[in-house]
Design a protein. Sequence first.
Length: 201
Amino acid sequence: MKDAGAGSLKQAPGEGRDVGFAFAYDAIDRAAHLRENADVLALMLADESSRLCLVHKDSLLVHRNEDKARALFSMSELRTLGPHAFAINESASLCDLIFLGRRESAALFCVVLNSADEWLASNSEWMLADLRALATGGLLAQDDLAAMASAKSLAQWHQSHGVCAHCGARTQMTCAGWRRDCPACGKSHFPRTDPVVSMMV
């Protein structure tokens, strides 16, 4: 497995910038009213303006091009670049995707990967990268950082909350990734919200 730390990618020449409060800016409309509308979600997923990110464990799957990194892709780009075959199960795509919301007119989705190690071993232009390293290195657009943080947080919640806390049965991802339901006892489970305040002194 290739897992990028802070020194694994370099900032592209001429693109240095002060990251500042990297995760403070979030232009995403969460569009919660669309999370259970399968028809609309399917249309947005098929739209070429929509973008997807890929999360494996606690890292983002990014595509390297020289010293730059990309973490958001259209569906056609994923098909062209390679990971579409193992990342997207088209027969049940909406069950595997988290709908992050909309930014301007583009929908944002997250794919939670259960396995990527074998594929990464033979595709050197792709790697797993830590979000903090990408942020501090200025390797992702600041507009993308908050969306990537949400994607990583939700993906980790799904990976660590696969069973019902009430009865122990396997739960299912529902509500476009914002809820897990237990088919055995009917309980619904939601991701935890951790309020954070940053201060400058």
